[in-house]
Design a protein around this ligand. Structure first.
Ligand code: NOJ
Length: 450
């Protein structure tokens, strides 16, 4: 069997990671514009001031996408490019940039998937308390409405949030992403609550302004992969995916971030374990948050081997010498298979892999080409898992490879190359890698070559 006929083959990027032009045409600062220039925050002082210069080269990039044959392109909109202060005045030139990009995509038969928030919060809003401010859901909904009014005649697919686990968890629990603070648990849980309210309020705006809109959400987490297919190991992995750890380590918990949005309630175990630090949950809040997405997006890169341990589970160490990517992440080829299966079982909504891919140490060889056989193997095996999940009954709507091109990998700067297209940051030359050709062929035959 192959992928459904309408399967969405795509590739993804995000604004801060590729655009550059941080203050051009009236753009305001984002928290990443500020953070990346603070000493010691990003590897060797790298920043996104130029990145892939996509703001100026988007047409060249769209031509490459057309050559790649992707059916859909997932990009993000920079909130401070559209609203420099985060609220109030709209920067028409900023909106025009996305409008031109969208027109170009559509002219090449590529469906735009716009993410509204991929971590570059307007710095001005951060100064007003950011996600801690009770007005923050409304700020976000107003911004979503502006985008909908400007692009909604052509953009029908929106993703509200990318990886809230990271922009709240890594940023405010672990303090290693912008703005790099470590806040008390009750405050981070309040932020998470506001983010979910923002998802709900923005979804309502999008739905009222664009009647045929399709909305997604793109959280993430490593997937517990059972070490055998025995029922008890599979059950253990499922539990590990959705259970709140007793130590209250909540920020990567799938159910905390997804149950409210998908099912309209916080998970009971989380409510019990986090009881002393819960945010104020208004009477109508859960109804607002439960603006159920049309597709359930999930970014999946990694698995954690898990086995049954009594009624619970136990993480198992990866075997010595087992595969790792350049970013030092273990590779578990079955993570898409199990992740999609578990998520579809729990939420019953078509799953879209909104990101998957690998970092490798790529460079142009003597022959001028960029050979990346490991990435081809990684994508091939993950896609096999995705197809198997679909054959076994999970509804799988699409797959966005991360990333269309090499880009700025947050606190790791330009260390990691995740792209199908190699970017020379000195000259801005783009070189499609071998995996580009491989993915092109895969798309052409709807995965029949796998
Ligand atoms: C998830 C994030 O959404 C993206 O911004 C990042 O570059 C990739 N994963 C790789 O770490």
């Amino acid at each position: 069997m192959s992928f459904e006929k309408e399967f969405v083959w795509g590739a993804a990027t995000s604004s801060y990671q590729i655009e550059g032009a941080p203050f051009e045409d009236g753009k305001g600062a984002s928290i990443w514009d500020v953070y990346s220039h603070l000493p010691g925050k990003v590897f060797e002082g790298h920043h996104g001031d130029v990145a892939c210069d996509h703001y100026h080269r988007f047409h060249e990039d769209v031509l490459l996408m057309a050559r790649l044959g992707i059916k859909a392109y997932r990009f993000s909109i920079s909130w401070p490019r559209v609203m420099p202060m985060g609220t109030g005045n709209v920067n028409q030139k900023g909106l025009d940039f996305y409008s031109r990009l969208v027109d170009d995509l559509l002219a090449h038969g590529i469906t735009p998937y716009a993410t509204l928030y991929h971590w570059d919060q307007p710095y001005e809003l951060y100064k007003r308390g950011g996600w801690l401010n009770p007005d923050s859901p409304k700020w976000f909904a107003d911004y979503a409405a502006e985008v909908a009014r400007a692009l909604g005649d052509r953009v029908k697919h929106f993703i509200t949030f990318n990886e809230p686990q990271v922009f709240i968890g890594l940023a405010f629990v672990e303090g290693v992403h912008a703005p790099g603070l470590r806040l008390p648990v009750n405050e981070t849980l309040t932020m998470a609550h506001h983010v979910m309210l923002a998802h709900g309020m923005a979804s309502m705006e999008l739905r009222s302004l664009i009647p045929d809109v399709k909305i997604g959400y793109a959280p993430t987490s490593n997937v517990p992969v059972p070490v055998t297919r025995k029922t008890e190991d599979v059950e253990a992995a499922r539990k590990a995916y959705f259970t709140m750890p007793e130590n209250g380590d909540w920020s990567w918990n799938v159910s905390w971030w997804s149950d409210p949005v998908m099912l309209g309630q916080y998970p009971d175990d989380g409510l019990r374990i986090l009881e002393k630090n819960l945010p104020q949950i208004g009477q109508e809040d859960m109804k607002i948050i439960h603006q159920k997405p049309d597709f359930y997006g999930q970014n999946i890169y990694r698995g954690i081997p898990v086995k049954a341990d009594g009624h619970g589970w136990k993480e198992v160490l990866h075997k010595p010498g087992s595969p790792k990517t350049a970013i030092n992440w273990h590779v578990d080829f079955d993570c898409l298979y199990w992740g999609v299966k578990f998520l579809y079982e729990r939420y019953g909504t078509p799953v879209m892999i909104t990101e998957n891919g690998m970092s490798s140490h790529d460079w142009p060889s003597l022959d001028g080409a960029v050979h990346d056989p490991a990435r081809i193997d990684y994508l091939h095996r993950h896609l096999l898992g995705l197809r198997k999940a679909s054959e076994e009954g999970a509804s799988v709507a699409g797959y966005f490879q991360w990333s269309l091109m090499d880009n700025f990998e947050w606190a790791r700067g330009y260390n990691d190359r995740f792209g199908l297209i190699y970017v020379d940051y000195e000259t801005q030359e783009r070189i499609p890698k071998d995996s580009f050709e491989w993915y092109r062929n895969t798309i052409l035959c709807n995965g029949e070559n796998l």
